[in-house]
Design a binder for this molecule. Structure first.
Ligand code: NAD
Length: 269
């Protein structure tokens, strides 16, 4: 894709799932990749190995560089450290992907304040803080950087028993739009993708159970769950110059989930 080669990308929560696929895809497109992980150094190393393999093939070096950065996006000091390390190592930042995310299940009337705060502090506050630091850097360097937030179909579909998750992704829509508007004149683009049901560790409950997976897929008009690679392809597009005139948008990548399968046949006159 246009304009990605030689750029530097920071991907949060990149040791598994969609974040891992994004790091690999951006490296394949010629980006230097900073791979953030909270815990699980080994998985982060796997991401790095696959990313460099995609970028360089058999060659020892090909100009693409990678970096592993431990850090918890719910901790402001970790984010500051992460950003300064990326800038120090790569000389700047061009692309931030706010991917780190968690969810917890509980009836809404039983959620403790701490459990609520925990999800918001990773999914929304963490995304804000990373975006804030990235934008500071873009402005200081007078660079038309770009931010891609990994939202969810639950940005618009209410999700009972996952209240904090739904709220975090609903908030992410406004984070995306407000930052996009505020910094458009500086050439900074802010977009999001909203994955539908995707085969990753966050969904191990149904991914590892064919019966449960069949139930999930019965609600998807295209009849199957998505893959992390399909999400990564859209992120690469939004980060690239092919999307140079796109800002403030959320791209739903959901096999038609948000078209609502129940409406395939008319059930009212
Ligand atoms: P995943 O569990 O594999 O990935 C989440 C990643 O975030 C993990 O690597 C985890 O270590 C990291 N993380 C969690 N807390 C962190 C913290 N405090 N600091 C840094 N990293 C942290 O699941 P995934 O499906 O790849 O999720 C990635 C993103 O995609 C999430 O934001 C999720 O909400 C979103 N999403 C996923 C789906 C899906 O069906 N899989 C659908 C819609 C949206």
């Amino acid at each position: 894709m246009k304009g990605l080669s030689g750029k530097t990308a920071l991907i949060t929560g990149a040791s598994s799932g969609i974040g891992q696929a994004i790091a690999i895809r951006l490296a394949q497109e010629g980006c230097n990749v900073a791979i953030n992980y909270r815990k699980g150094l080994e998985e982060a190393q796997d991401t790095e190995e696959m990313a460099m393999q995609q970028a360089c093939g058999q060659a020892e070096e090909c100009g693409v560089r990678s970096l592993l950065i431990q850090g918890d996006v719910s901790q402001e000091e970790d984010i500051l450290k992460m950003m300064s390390t990326v800038v120090e190592q790569f000389g700047g930042l061009d692309i931030l992907v706010n991917n780190a995310g968690i969810q917890t299940e509980s009836p809404s009337h039983e959620i403790s304040a701490d459990a609520f705060d925990k999800v918001l502090s990773v999914n929304l506050r963490g995304a804000f803080l990373c975006a804030r630091e990235a934008i500071k850097q873009f402005l200081a360097d007078q660079k038309p950087g770009t931010i891609i937030n990994i939202s969810s179909v639950h940005e618009i579909i209410p999700r009972p028993s996952y209240l904090s998750y739904s709220i975090s992704k609903g908030g992410m829509e406004n984070l995306t739009k407000t930052l996009a508007l505020e910094y458009a004149a500086q050439g900074i683009r802010v977009n999001a993708i909203a994955p539908g049901a995707t085969i990753t560790p966050i969904n191990r409950d149904w991914v590892e159970n064919p019966d449960k997976q069949a139930v999930v897929e019965s609600h998807i008009p295209m009849g199957r769950a998505g893959t992390a690679e399909e999400m990564a392809a859209a992120v690469a597009f939004l980060a690239s110059d092919d999307a140079a005139y796109i800002t403030g948008q959320t791209l739903f990548i959901d096999g038609g989930l948000t078209l609502y399968a129940d409406f395939r046949e008319a059930w009212s006159a």
